[in-house]
Each structure stands twice: as structure tokens, then as C-alpha cells.
Design a protein around this ligand. Structure first.
Ligand code: TYD
Length: 342
């Protein structure tokens, strides 16, 4: 199958491309704009691979997208291209509406004209909003609360409308918080691992007791591929790891694995509109035969070891544009922060 993966130089996208090209029956065309978190080093082992073609381009660019369909004869599309970081969406919401809503619309329309047999939208459990109790199901009302999750919800609604209106064979997956190697170090787990390696403070928002369900990137990619192959068009599938943890517990595990003291933990000013908890019911995908394979303890340990052993990869990122972002996001917070050790 000739599959177009967008955002294939990013974190989840690059793992997905690697997984798909490992199957001899797949040819992957990888369209990525190489914005701040897209990184060709994530694909270094695929350079020259006979079944992988990289194309630089933005999903908002109608001509670039149409050219890919014309030149490569695409049968299926997986849309991983997205702006994904909540904190950046608070600083710069416009870019989120552009990529996550308009870009999805451009890709949908080009895919419909090209008559692809499957279109899978990679979405997020954040579209359900904060879930104080229980677990979100696919049919639940959406209640996104950040510019990021609102933009993703907008993209999801467009995708749904293509199924309803045109019977266009679209599916949506909603993954929970994903972690693993090659994740851009603005996100909680890689930020805390890399800061701890450098003996820098770990900034816990609020009381540190916010809860997320952690999903290994390998399980997330197996879930996406499973939904693409076994899923019903017009259907949404939650993908979760079943590993609900408080942020402070995850931070303590990271410190302990790296042999660093708890005194590196700092309680800092909270994120505005911070969702207390995400939790999803994954019964639908599990009933179709998918299950996660990586335990959180094992996956987190392997991820910490990867960052410890691949410092060139993240040091290059952290010494660039990231420094300005970090200062803006954390400079004052860390000055005002309090130690978690009394
Ligand atoms: P994040 O990785 O940004 O994912 P999301 O907010 O999309 O779930 O954050 C995961 C959790 O960690 C979330 O509750 C916010 C918290 N967090 C911190 O406490 N400090 C930080 O510096 C970051 C980036 C996140």
C-alpha cells in the first residue's frame, strides 16, 4: 500500500514511518514542513531506504499537497502533522488553528479528490477536556479547553463531516499522552529527563497532582496501524496505555532512575486552564484485537536510558530556538518557584 504520512519527521510520525516501511508491502511518502519540532535526524536510519520518500512541504499549502498526490499515487493517508504543545498554543494560538484545522481541511480535500481508500486522522484524548471521574468514550461530547485541543477538535469535526457528507472513508484515533525516544524536549517527560541529567530544576505546574494516562510511542503507532487496517470507516478509536499517573510520581521515578535528588523538583506557577485529568476508555480498539505491549515502568526506563545515551540529539535542540522559549515559559516561574522538599 502506498501511504502518505504527514508530519513524518516529528516524534510520533517518525516512529510510525519506521514501523510502516518495515513491512515490505508498504511504500511510504513522508510530507513534513520541518517546522521547529520536525527533525530529519529522527529519520537518519531511513536515508536511502527504497520504500521511503521524504518531501518537504506544509499541509496548509494546497499546491504542495496536490503535487504529492499527483506524483506519488497515494492509496491511504495518515495525518500526523500538527502543532501539539499546549503551552505554545497559549503563547501563539493562530498557528494551531492554521495547521490543525486549515491544514487538515486542505489534506482532506486533496485526499477526497484523489479517491484514497483510507484517511486516518491522528488526534488526541485532550479533545474530551478534563475528566474528573470515569473514562471518556468516543461518542462523548467534546469539551476542549486549550487553543491546542480546540484546534484538534476542529480538525476532528471536519474529518467527521467528510464521512457524513461524502462517505469519504475517514477514521480518527485519539491517543493519550505519548512518550518515548525522539520526543521534542518541550514535553513533560523529555523536559524532565534532560533537565535532571543537567542538574537543572524540574518545574512541576501547580500542585503536581495532575493526572495523565501514559502511552508508549510504540504502542501508539501499533494502535494507529491497527485502526488503519482493521478499523471501520467513519469510526473514532481511543488509544490509551492504561497507565494513569500523577505528574509528581512520574517526576520522582525519573529522578530516582538517574540517581538525582528530589531537591531538583520545583512547584511553579500553574498553566492557565490546566486540565486536571485525562482518561479514556479504549474498549472499542481492544475489542477489534489491539492491546498495548509496553508497561509504563519498562517504557519509561528505556526512554530515560535513550535520552542519557543520545545527548547529541537533544543538546542540539536545547541550545537553539528552544532557549528563548524556555526563558519565556519558565524564567519567572522558576525564580518564584518553591522547593518540593521541606
Ligand atoms: P505535556 O507534556 O505538556 O502534555 P499535556 O499537557 O498535553 O497533557 O504535560 C503533561 C503534564 O505535565 C501536564 O499535566 C502538564 C505537566 N507539566 C508540568 O508540570 N511541567 C512542565 O514543565 C510541563 C511541560 C508539563
Amino acid at each position: 500500500m502506498r501511504i502518505l504520512v504527514t508530519g513524518g519527521a516529528g516524534f510520533i510520525g517518525s516512529h510510525l514511518v519506521r514501523r510502516l516501511v518495515a513491512d515490505e508491502q508498504n511504500v511510504v511518502v513522508n510530507l513534513d514542513a520541518l517546522r521547529y519540532s520536525g527533525n530529519l535526524e529522527n529519520l537518519a536510519d531511513l536515508v536511502g531506504h527504497p520504500r521511503h520518500t521524504f518531501v518537504r512541504g506544509d499541509i496548509c499549502d494546497v499546491k504542495a499537497v496536490e503535487d504529492v498526490f499527483r506524483e506519488h499515487g497515494i492509496a491511504a493517508v495518515i495525518n500526523c502533522a500538527a502543532e501539539t504543545h499546549v503551552d505554545r498554543s497559549i503563547l501563539d494560538p493562530d498557528q494551531f488553528a492554521r495547521t490543525d484545522v486549515i491544514g487538515t481541511g486542505v489534506l482532506l480535500e486533496a485526499s477526497r479528490k484523489a479517491k484514497v481508500t483510507r484517511f486516518l486522522q491522528v488526534s488526541t484524548d485532550e479533545v474530551y477536556g478534563s475528566v474528573e471521574r470515569g473514562h471518556s468514550k468516543e461518542g462523548d461530547v467534546l469539551d476542549p479547553r486549550s487553543p491546542y485541543s480546540a484546534s484538534k477538535a476542529g480538525g476532528d469535526l471536519l474529518v467527521r463531516s467528510y464521512w457524513t457528507t461524502y462517505r469519504f472513508p475517514a477514521l480518527i484515533t485519539r491517543g493519550s499522552n505519548t512518550y518515548g525516544p525522539n520526543q521534542y524536549p518541550e514535553k513533560f517527560i523529555p523536559l524532565f529527563i534532560t533537565n535532571a541529567i543537567d542538574d537543572q530544576p524540574l518545574p512541576l505546574y501547580g500542585d503536581g497532582r495532575y493526572r495523565r494516562d501514559w502511552l508508549s510511542v510504540f504502542d501508539h503507532c501499533s494502535g494507529i496501524e491497527h485502526a488503519l487496517r482493521q478499523g471501520e470507516p467513519g469510526t473514532i478509536y481511543n488509544i490509551g496505555g492504561g497507565n494513569e499517573r500523577e505528574n509528581i510520581a512520574v517526576a520522582e521515578t525519573i529522578l530516582s532512575r538517574l540517581g538525582k535528588p528530589k531537591s531538583l523538583l520545583r512547584f511553579v506557577q500553574d498553566r492557565p486552564g490546566h486540565d486536571r485529568r485525562y482518561a479514556i476508555d479504549c474498549g472499542r480498539l481492544r475489542e477489534s484485537g489491539w492491546a498495548p505491549a509496553v508497561s509504563f515502568e519498562e517504557g519509561l526506563r528505556a526512554t530515560i536510558d535513550w535520552y542519557r545515551d543520545n545527548q547529541t540529539w537533544w543538546r542540539k535542540i536545547k541550545s537553539g530556538e528552544f532557549r528563548t522559549y524556555y526563558e519565556q515559559m519558565y524564567g519567572q516561574r522558576l525564580k518564584d518557584g518553591t522547593s518540593c522538599v521541606s
